[in-house]
Design a protein around this ligand. Structure first.
Ligand SMILES: Nc1ncnc2c1ncn2[C@@H]1O[C@H](COP(=O)(O)OP(=O)(O)OP(=O)(O)O)[C@@H](O)[C@H]1O
Ligand SMILES: [Mg+2]
Length: 235
């Protein structure tokens, strides 16, 4: 579904990705992990063409290169994106935020309606007339995921969806990921550590200083503590 090979990308003249390789098969949940500032968000931004310029390598989505596509065309082709800063419209209500995505016409994929995303996140339904800006971080996170679902993604990119959330709320976000996986949505989830999403991840990619340094199964990851020591612990 997604195949990234030898990706290099830069903000202006500053290259921050020097060789990212990543693959996602249909229905898979892949976890992208690494310390602060290693390039997890930049990898996602490269996929959806947000701020960063792709300078080398390629990003293929269903066999088609995204490297030079316009951001809204990437979304239209079926890539949903939940950025780490969430970007909900603070002065709009929950319902108004959910009316922002344009209806998708593609025939070949699961379509989501506002009613369905309310079933997934009942709390959003309760707060549907509340302004997004006054909601908690967890609620805004759910709203951001809900809004991305309304673009009817085949592949959903979640950038540190648990950042800053209380453990109980973080667990609810994992529940939603499990549910979406059951619905057949492929996902890339970035995290600082694997613990939060080990319940739903199929495979893991470890990034260090802009390069993919390890990839394998969740079991393989835990079987080798050296990976954590070398690439994830703060030194
Ligand atoms: N808009 C930007 N302009 C210039 N440099 C940037 C920009 N965003 C990120 N960077 C730099 O790119 C590098 C990779 O950052 P990135 O945000 O991709 O890391 P990350 O793995 O997502 O980190 P974190 O865990 O803190 O979210 C860092 O050195 C960062 O300072
Ligand atoms: Mg980040």
């Amino acid at each position: 579904m997604l195949r990234i090979s030898g990706l290099q990308a830069a903000y202006g003249k500053a290259e921050v990705l020097h060789g990212i390789d990543l693959e996602v098969a249909p229905g898979e949940v892949v976890c992208l992990i690494g310390r602060n500032g290693v390039g997890k968000s930049s990898t996602m931004k490269s996929i959806v063409r947000d701020q960063i310029a792709v300078t080398g390598g390629d990003i293929l989505f269903e066999g088609r290169s995204l490297a030079r596509m316009r951001p809204h065309d990437v979304i239209r082709r079926g890539v949903g994106y939940v950025p780490e800063d969430r970007r909900v419209f603070a002065s709009l209500s929950v319902l108004e935020n959910l009316r922002v995505p344009r209806p998708v016409r593609a025939q070949d994929r699961r379509r989501w309606t506002v009613e369905e995303v309310f079933q997934l996140f009942p709390q959003l339904h309760d707060y549907r007339n509340r302004k997004a800006g006054v909601m908690s971080g967890g609620e805004q996170q759910m709203l951001s995921v809900a809004r991305a679902l309304l673009t009817c993604p085949k592949l959903l990119l979640l950038d540190e969806p648990h950042e800053g959330l209380a453990p109980k709320i973080a667990e609810e976000v994992v529940d939603a990921i499990v549910e979406l996986k059951r619905e057949g949505v492929s996902m890339v989830v970035s995290e600082q550590a694997l613990n939060t999403i080990r319940r739903c991840a199929d495979r893991v990619y470890v990034i260090d200083r802009g390069v993919t340094v390890w990839s394998g199964t969740v079991e393989g990851f835990y079987a080798d503590p050296e990976i954590t020591r070398k690439y994830l612990m703060v030194q």
